[in-house]
Structures are given as structure tokens and as C-alpha cells.
Design a protein around this ligand. Structure first.
Ligand code: KG4
Ligand code: ZN
Length: 346
């Protein structure tokens, strides 16, 4: 079975073809980062318009790369939510229009399920069950995953998501959007003992997170600096602050993963979502895994952030469980807010 995946929930347009026999056949992605950069964040209306421009050329590229025609595709999966309403509507309407034109069934996929299952696209995929840490721009959740559609939420952020904390702190340090990769690179040059920032909820004895205080701590450090404004702070001091921030967030994420593994008795940890690309987080989790004898699985770097491959894959997994999940009524709907709990397979 060949599934075409269409991702358009935020600022990346992703198309991909996944074959349940042969694996990922091809994928193509366009990132809108350069377009949104000058505004310091994603502008929803611009995002929607750009998805419209990019989707069909990316589809043609994906089909050509795989040597597959639309008539050979068995189903079309699109991101139904959560995400930006307008951006989601573009992907949903394109998927349904293609479905109608080519007489193919379509199904809506949960974006976070795509992220959660993305490590299964790697060469050495984890077996179920596992603990998953989902760390994206909009979500931070710890989950127990017993199979496709078998997700139990163990804890989540009470305020900002991890990616949001990276982005907001990076902005405070005068770095561009998205700030995650930039603050991470800067932190490499920072002195770990220069600024000790708080580790929110490190000892809370649950699996929840809170990151808004960390961003405030970064702001306080900047305000208390003798230069007062970030533009005047020297590069080394900026790097030291970045290091203080990254060390704090990585410590909390690592500690919560370790306690979730301990609590569940499981020995496999999966990291999904954009922040999963973070080098310091990977190093910290790898060290914890070696010390505590568990395994960590990451998606391929290119599949950490949003992409079409994870949507094609999640769609294919859904269809293996229930071939009726894809329909030909083309009455599409999008769900900008959509709890992952809603998609349990019972
Ligand atoms: O999963 P994703 O592409 O989109 C959402 O579904 O939200 O995640 C985007 C988030 C952004 O906040 C971005 O700053 C963060 O992931 N991110 C990183 C890194 N790469 C992306 N954060 C820290 N270090 C990175 N290397
Ligand atoms: Zn995402």
C-alpha cells in the first residue's frame, strides 16, 4: 500500500510517499523560516498562502523522485490538526481535491501522532512499548506508547512548550526565529558555571513541566546585566546566558524522562519533535541511557521537525489497523486544537 502524506500545519510544507512494503519512497519539504524570520515568528496568513504556492510543485517532485504516479497511490493522508487553522485547511483541501480527482480515499492524521511515530522511520526503530518525550514548538508531553493509537499521557507542560521556551529565550538574546538551533549553537561556547538558571519542577514528583519561569529567568539575567540591553551585551556573556538556559532545560527534560522510565519499568525512550534535534539534549539523554541502561531512539534529524514523511507513515499505520479509516466523501474538517487522547484505538 502506498500512502501520500501532506503536512501543512505550521511553517513547513511537506509531501512524502510511504510504501508499507518498501518503506519511505520519497519526500520533499519547503521551510518558510526565511519568510517568517523578518517578523520574528510565524505569520499565519503568510503561512497559508505559501502552502498553496508550494504544495503542488512539491507533490510533483515527490512523485517524480519515487517514480510513482498518482494513480498508483492507494490513499492520501493529510494533517488534520493540531496547528494553524488556515494552514491546515490548505493541506486538507489539496489532499481532498487530489483524492477526488484521482478517486483515492483520504484520511486526516494527528500531527503529534506523526511526530510520535517518526522514530519508527529510522533504520533501527524501537519496538513497542516505549516512553515517548514529545518536544515541539507547541507541545511538551511524556507518554507511554503501547502501539499505534495506544497512547497514555503521563505528563505535559503547564505553560510554555519546550520549543517555545527555546524560541522566546532566543528572542530575548537577540537571536533570530526559530531560536532553538541558534541558542543551541551559541550555548556551545558558553561557560556552564557562569549562570545557574532555575530547573522548574525538577523535583515535582510528577511528569509535568513548566518552562515559562525559565524564560523569565533569562529576561532577569539580561535586565540585571550591567549593560541592561541585549544589544550591548558581549558575545561571550550572551553565550554564557544561552548555556545557562540550555543546561537548565536539558536537565529537566532528562530527569523527567528518567523518572518516567523508572515509573513504567520500560527500557526504551523515544524522542520526537523539533527540540529532539537539539545536540545538548541528545548528549544528556545518551549519557543517562549509558549510566542507567536504557536505550534512546531519535528520528532521523530531518524528521525531527515537521515533514510529510511522518504524516504518510502515520496514515499508513492507521490504515493497516483499519482500512476503513480512509474515506472517499472528501468532506474534510480541520482541528486546530485536538488532544492526542482523542485518537486512541480501542
Ligand atoms: O516539531 P516542530 O518542527 O514544530 C511543531 O510541531 O511545533 O518543532 C519546532 C520547534 C521550534 O520551537 C524550534 O525552535 C525547535 O523545535 N527546534 C530546536 C532545534 N531545532 C528545532 N530547539 C532546540 N534545538 C534545536 N536544534
Ligand atoms: Zn510539529
Amino acid at each position: 500500500m502506498i500512502v501520500l502524506g501532506v503536512e501543512s500545519s505550521c511553517d513547513e510544507t511537506g509531501l512524502a510517499l510511504y510504501d508499507t512494503q518498501r518503506g519511505l519512497l520519497s519526500h520533499a519539504l519547503h521551510s518558510q523560516v526565511a519568510m517568517h524570520e523578518e517578523y520574528g515568528g510565524v505569520v499565519p496568513e503568510l503561512a497559508s498562502r505559501d502552502h498553496i504556492r508550494r504544495a503542488i510543485p512539491l507533490l510533483e517532485q515527490t512523485l517524480a523522485q519515487a517514480g510513482v504516479t498518482l494513480s498508483e497511490v492507494d490513499a492520501i493522508a493529510y494533517t488534520e490538526g493540531p496547528g494553524l487553522a488556515g494552514a491546515l485547511l490548505v493541506g486538507a483541501s489539496i489532499a481532498c481535491a487530489l483524492g477526488l480527482a484521482a478517486d483515492k480515499p483520504v484520511l486526516g492524521v494527528h500531527h503529534l501522532e506523526g511526530h510520535l511515530l517518526s522514530p519508527l522511520l529510522a533504520a533501527d526503530p524501537p519496538a513497542f512499548p516505549f516512553i515517548a518525550l514529545l518536544v515541539s514548538g507547541g507541545h511538551t508531553q511524556l507518554m507511554r506508547v503501547d502501539g499505534v493509537g495506544q497512547y497514555t499521557l503521563m505528563g505535559e507542560t503547564l505553560d510554555d512548550a519546550a520549543g517555545e521556551a527555546f524560541d522566546k529565550s532566543a528572542k530575548l538574546l537577540g537571536l533570530g526565529y526559530p531560536g532553538g538551533p541558534a541558542i543551541s549553537r551559541l550555548a556551545e561556547f558558553g561557560d556552564p558555571s557562569a549562570y545557574k538558571l532555575p530547573r522548574p519542577m525538577l523535583h515535582s514528583k510528577d511528569f509535568n513541566f513548566s518552562f515559562s519561569g525559565l524564560k523569565t529567568a533569562v529576561l532577569t539575567v539580561v535586565k540585571n546585566h550591567h549593560e541592561k540591553v541585549i544589544a550591548n551585551i558581549c558575545e561571550q556573556d550572551k553565550a554564557d546566558i544561552a548555556r545557562g538556559f540550555v543546561d537548565a532545560i536539558v536537565d529537566v527534560l532528562t530527569a523527567k524522562c528518567v523518572s518516567a522510565l523508572k515509573h513504567s519499568g520500560l527500557k526504551r525512550l523515544v524522542i520526537a519533535g523539533g527540540v529532539g534535534a537539539n545536540a545538548q539534549l541528545r548528549a544528556s539523554l545518551d549519557a543517562a541511557a549509558a549510566a542507567r541502561k536504557f536505550r534512546v531512539f531519535y528520528p532521523e534529524l530531518e524528521f525531527c521537525t515537521d515533514n510529510g514523511a511522518m504524516i504518510a507513515f502515520a496514515g499508513a499505520m492507521r490504515l493497516l489497523i483499519n482500512p476503513q479509516a480512509a474515506q472517499k466523501d472528501y468532506a474534510f474538517n480541520v482541528r486546530p486544537r485536538w488532544p492526542l487522547d482523542d485518537i486512541k484505538v480501542v
